[in-house]
Design a protein around this ligand. Sequence first.
Ligand SMILES: O=C(O)CCC(=O)C(=O)O
Ligand SMILES: [Fe+2]
Length: 195
Amino acid sequence: MGLWSGPEWLALNQGRLLWWPDAFRAEADCWQATLAHDIPWQQHRLRMFGQEVNEPRLSCWMGDWPYRYSGRERRQVPWHPLVQAMAGRLESICGQSFDGVLLNCYRHGQDSMGWHADDEPELGPNPMIASVSLGQPRRFLLRHEAGEQRELLLEHGSLLVMAGEMQHHWRHALPRMARAEGVRINLTFRRRNPG
Ligand SMILES: O=C(O)CCC(=O)C(=O)O
Ligand SMILES: [Fe+2]
């Protein structure tokens, strides 16, 4: 990476990504410490092969509306002032407001998120999803339905925005990473029924 590491739009086949590795470098330590301490992290259960198992991460849904995914409804917790301020920063970068955020805490390299698209109907046809990463750098994988793959390393203080038709044609995942020892916090900001 050169001296300049500002925001960069990456054109994908049927989607676009805003990739800004340094977006919140200056704030990242403080944000991570505050969120690790203040967020009411919850262990949710997941149905897999007919059995209930713990999700391999902790999470919290925050914002203005209850979120339904994987057949369950999650009641929102009220906005934390820091997360609300982050939403305001993202609005000025992305040109769109956000009214909900899924926070995930990956406690170590064995925590992960499987392949999925953020394609719930409440998010509208072409949702913009703004993802802020704090703490342990982790690999983020993208896979197009025709087989093309991309990989990014989501570092401390980075911003990744998924936009355009991406959620129809691409899936994404955060795989386990054996050598990752630290905690990672990720926030994906969303908006219900964008106009
Ligand atoms: O942890 C990440 O970077 C991905 C999170 C994600 O895909 C989601 O919350 O839908
Ligand atoms: Fe996602």
